[in-house]
Design a protein around this ligand. Structure first.
Ligand code: NAD
Length: 331
């Protein structure tokens, strides 16, 4: 059995080599993404492991199939950039990694919240200027707050545990109710109830066509004054202009954003200087001390990267050996 892995970053390579040695399976790692210029490298392999934000186009998938490779294992969750018609037409088997480390995202979300509540960005700046005074930057405590968790999937549940560990009251909204959480009486029936009660709103829902700009002028208006907003889920959930208005008015006390609606092509790129970042709205947010923007790094831990690589390789091996895999995605 021979597997080719595309777009392998330096931080992924050791985990790929470890798996290859343990399994005694030949894995060719290439640094470039799967596209028309690299698809022929797959000739002679039984499966391909991939991860990229750019599309897996029909042209590339047709060529990959013509090269004899129809076992495709993604190292991430989302499959929306895979051309579904080409998958069906060529009989591709596609797998993803639905959960590589929900805790990675949950821990980062709460870290950012605690930085906001304890005003650490402000104290860091003051200290760098030799100002070691306390006032006026008095902090808040999470244990006396109500946290509204939006979506109680894997990441939402991992975040809830940490909030509860801090002693916060947790309420949650989800279109689907987890039976265990239902018993604990955690769910509210509507988002409006969550808006009315929450001091902190922690978003963990996927982006769907129904929840675009779920947080907008109207929903901010229903929230408590001085609410804290956390979005480590998807940028499209928040109307950025409305958030800026709510920050300006003080309705929102602060926000931690690991995602941004226009992040593609911007996050994980080096522009050389702050001024050169080509997005004025993003820079508006980045300049605020009560807003923590991070470039989609909540997932980026050693555990998660190892799991993304090795779970995808396991999936690909399963496909090659048996023609099916538990993480197969239906198209
Ligand atoms: P999951 O599939 O385990 O859970 C998603 C939950 O969302 C489900 O319980 C579902 O019922 C609920 N849901 C769907 N639509 C909803 C809506 N409109 N309102 C309320 N609830 C809704 O997913 P997960 O693993 O917990 O991941 C959640 C999201 O986190 C992902 O969709 C992704 O957008 C994001 N994510 C971010 C990073 C990062 O690095 N920042 C990494 C991985 C995932």
């Amino acid at each position: 059995m021979k597997i080719i892995a595309y777009g392998i970053r330096d931080d992924e390579r050791p985990y790929l080599e470890e798996w290859s040695q343990d399994q005694r399976i030949d894995v060719k790692a290439v640094g470039t993404l799967l596209d028309e210029s690299t698809v022929d490298l797959a000739k002679g392999y039984d499966g391909a492991v991939v991860y990229q934000q750019k599309p897996y186009t029909a042209a590339v998938l047709d060529k990959l199939a013509a090269n004899g490779v129809t076992n495709l294992s993604l190292r991430n969750v989302g499959v929306d950039n895979v051309d579904a018609d080409a998958v069906k037409r060529n009989g591709f088997k596609v797998t993803n990694v639905p959960a590589y480390s929900p805790e990675a995202i949950a821990e980062f979300t709460v870290t950012q919240l605690m930085r906001l509540l304890r005003r650490t960005p402000t104290f860091d700046r003051k200290q760098a200027n030799g100002d070691l005074r306390w006032a006026p930057d008095i902090a808040d405590e999470l244990n006396s707050m109500t946290v509204g968790v939006v979506a109680t999937g894997r990441i939402g549940r991992a975040a809830m545990k940490i909030y509860q560990g801090f002693g916060a009251k947790v309420i949650a909204y989800d279109v689907f109710h987890n039976p265990e959480l239902e018993k604990q009486g955690i769910y509210v029936d509507t988002m409006d109830e969550l808006y009315a009660q929450a001091d902190v709103i922690s978003l963990h829902a996927p982006a769907t066509k129904d929840n675009t700009h779920m947080l907008n002028d109207e929903s901010f208006g229903k929230m408590k004054d001085g609410v804290w907003i956390l979005n480590p889920a998807r940028g499209a959930l928040i109307d950025t202009d409305a958030l800026i208005r709510a920050l300006d008015s003080g309705k929102v006390a602060g926000a931690a954003l690991d995602v941004y609606e226009d992040e593609v092509g911007i996050f994980n790129a080096d522009f050389g200087s702050f001024d050169a970042i080509p997005d004025e709205r993003l820079k508006n947010l980045l300049k605020r001390e009560n807003v923590l923007v991070s470039p989609h790094i909540a997932f980026y831990t050693r555990t998660a990267v190892k799991n993304m690589v090795q779970f995808a390789l396991n999936n690909n091996k399963q496909l090659i050996e048996t023609g099916k895999a538990e993480n197969e995605v239906a198209f």
